[in-house]
Write a protein that binds this ligand. Structure first.
Ligand code: THG
Length: 367
């Protein structure tokens, strides 16, 4: 397959030189930035992620900073999650919707201070929507993309590695909480979060200049832990049911269709621009929803567009992500399935590029 041509539009990151030196094999593009997709191979990276610790260049999780007297009001306009309980030092997974209740992004929102938030975005230009709302509503806020690049430390040995660089205190950081910690004289929020189910941290590197020193310090400290460069792993994130905006969901989906209803308190989220639409739809519940599925047969080819899910001649859903899972010895996937077909154990036909395969709806995620 052809390579991707480089130009300033496809932004490098503070860690790009180190990622290249680590033998990157495949990138994807995310928020107009390079995101590592594979180093050794998808499967080798997967086994290593589940057994050791990896450093992830997730700089592409760009921050939308909202700062000023109207910051809290503006951030609540974006999401049906009730943010009154979001206190400084905490992170919330926050579905963000437009006025129709359609998903615009599914970021992690950090509250740095009463008047200052970072919205750590998935792959859509959320900054433009936030700036538009701020301007249109005449709000007193600054909406910017600061020089902040998250670096993930993911895997079962993440606590051991992080404690060597940031001190033993990191072990007591709670899930989806962060602390401002010092690295070589620069303060960086360090959160217990990340796009895997293996546990770990995200360091919000607050200066491009500190990117390489930070990467090097972690690699050096973790040599005996077999630390390696890695990235969000397609197989592991499907097993864990971690959704990918643009792959598993788009603006055509509500949070409830995405199974994100547990992160919504729509009635209490006064000011959310999608509140009325979501309240109307929530009366009856969604007509389709994302389900974890297994797919028979050998390893599926890469799912580059949605594959139809059929019950006989009737299209009842679409598969959005899939990969071969070595640990579960089957193909794992995430599919949007219609209400009459989404029951656990339901067997449907998946129309793959290489033919028709059996697809089974699961009770929950694999991990
Ligand atoms: N970390 C940060 N920013 C991000 C991501 C991240 N931005 C882009 C993308 N990932 C946003 N999407 C997600 C999806 C899932 C989770 C986080 C961000 C996630 N979910 C957990 C789950 O579903 O099990 C826990 C959520 C919770 O309980 O609050 O972690 O990874 N900085």
């Amino acid at each position: 397959m052809a390579i991707i041509a480089r130009s300033p539009r496809l932004r490098p990151t503070p860690f790009s030189a180190r990622v290249e030196a680590s033998g990157i094999k495949a990138y994807t593009v995310y928020n107009h930035m390079l995101l590592p997709a594979a180093f050794n191979s998808l499967e080798d990276d997967y086994h290593h992620l589940k057994s050791a610790v990896q450093i992830w260049d997730v700089s592409c999780e760009r921050q939308v900073e909202v700062r000023g007297p109207d910051a809290a009001r503006l951030v609540q306009m974006l999401t049906p999650r009730d943010l009154r309980s979001l206190t400084p030092g905490r992170c919330y997974y926050t579905p963000m919707v437009d006025e129709t209740g359609g998903m615009l992004n599914d970021p992690v929102t950090l509250k740095l201070a009463e008047d200052r938030f970072w919205i750590s975005i998935a792959d859509s230009d959320l900054l433009l929507w936030v700036k538009g709302l701020a301007y249109g509503m005449g709000l007193t806020v600054d909406v910017t993309e600061p020089d902040v690049s998250p670096l993930g430390v993911q895997g079962p040995l993440a606590d051991d590695l992080m404690s060597r660089v940031f001190g033993e205190d990191v072990r007591s950081i709670g899930f989806f909480k962060f602390r401002e910690l010092d690295f070589q004289g620069v303060t960086m929020p360090v959160a217990r979060s990340g796009y895997s189910k293996q546990g770990g941290f995200e360091i919000y590197c607050t200066s491009t200049d500190m990117g390489e020193p930070l990467w090097d310090a972690l690699m050096e400290a973790g040599r005996d832990l077999d630390v390696r460069a890695g990235g969000p792993n397609l197989i592991e994130r499907i097993e864990g049911g971690l959704l990918s905006y643009g792959n598993d969901m788009t603006r055509d989906n509500t949070p409830h269709e995405c199974g994100l209803g547990r992160f919504c308190d729509t009635g209490a989220a006064i000011g959310c621009v999608g509140r009325d639409s979501l309240m109307r739809m929530n009366r009856d519940g969604p007509m389709r929803q994302i389900r974890s599925v297994s797919i028979d047969g050998p390893a599926v080819p890469p799912c580059t567009y949605e594959w139809g899910v059929f019950d006989g001649d009737t299209k009842v859903g679409r598969l959005r992500s899939a990969a071969w899972s070595p640990d579960f010895n089957t193909n794992v996937g995430l599919a949007m399935i219609g209400i009459r077909h989404w029951d656990t154990g339901k067997v449907l036909d998946l129309h793959c590029p290489d033919g028709i395969r059996k697809l089974t709806v699961r009770e929950g995620n694999f991990i």
